[in-house]
Design a protein around this ligand. Structure first.
Ligand SMILES: C[S@@+](CC[C@H](N)C(=O)[O-])C[C@H]1O[C@@H](n2cnc3c(N)ncnc32)[C@H](O)[C@@H]1O
Length: 221
């Protein structure tokens, strides 16, 4: 796990180069046709045929190196689908409304978002039930206790900056102007994406998923 101070320093030092790279992409490299975009692809979540974006070129393999805390480097009405999986919770709480408005701005009318992250509601339920096995015993820090494992899930060693749930994601999407907000089971349900995306989502609990995923659409007019 990357120490918090090192990550902060990296994003501060790379702020200008990332912003410049995003601006150059938007001005010169972005295809004229609408694209599908994955935000925060990481190392093992690369989707061929999509524009995969990430800010970390050490731990990720992006097509487009950009900071999600900057305005997204896509023209207005130029993206068909935005997908992000376990990324939004790494952005600061105060920034999330801006992030969803950014997504809305870049989408074509009728385009959509599929956004997922750790389900804090289900984690609370499993904590109250005392279900140790629902939580990881070692990610990111080895923990023997229920409380320690719950803290791992919620804070991820300080990597997570907000707590996601179905109602919160619904509120963020609705306030940004999205419609048809609905919850989808990881790896199984979607009205936006196909197997190239669903095959990346792994869920070990068929009843109480660890990941909350919502899809929503930008209205046609
Ligand atoms: C937990 S990983 C998820 C990777 C992948 N989506 C998955 O589900 O396995 C979070 C990813 O978001 C990226 N990320 C976090 N904050 C970011 C930011 N401000 N700008 C760009 N990328 C960011 C990280 O570099 C990392 O690759």
């Amino acid at each position: 796990m990357i120490p918090f101070w090192l990550k902060r320093g990296y994003y501060a030092a790379m702020w200008f180069p990332m912003r410049l790279n995003g601006a150059l992409y938007r001005a010169a490299r972005q295809p004229k046709e609408p694209v599908n975009v994955q935000l925060g692809c990481g190392m093992h979540h690369y989707i061929p045929g999509w524009v995969n974006v990430d800010g970390n070129i050490v731990t990720a393999r992006p097509d487009l190196w950009a900071n999600l805390l900057d305005p997204l480097p896509f023209r207005e009405n130029s993206v068909k689908v935005f997908y992000s999986h376990h990324v939004v919770e790494h952005l600061p709480e105060w920034f999330l409304s801006d992030h969803f408005r950014n997504l809305y701005r870049c989408l074509v009318p009728g385009g959509g978002i599929r956004i997922g992250g750790p389900d804090i509601g289900n984690a609370c339920r499993k904590f109250m039930e005392g279900d140790m096995d629902w939580f990881s015993s070692s990610m990111p820090i080895a923990r023997r206790s229920l409380g320690g494992r719950f803290a791992n899930f919620v804070f991820c060693g300080g990597e997570h900056l907000t707590a996601l749930s179905e109602s919160y994601l619904d509120e963020l999407a609705t306030d940004a102007g999205f419609v048809d907000v609905k919850r989808c089971f990881p790896g199984r349900e979607s009205s936006l994406v196909g197997p190239e995306v669903l095959s990346k989502e792994h869920e070990s609990d068929p009843d109480v998923p660890h990941t909350v995923i919502i899809e929503a659409r930008k209205p046609l007019s």
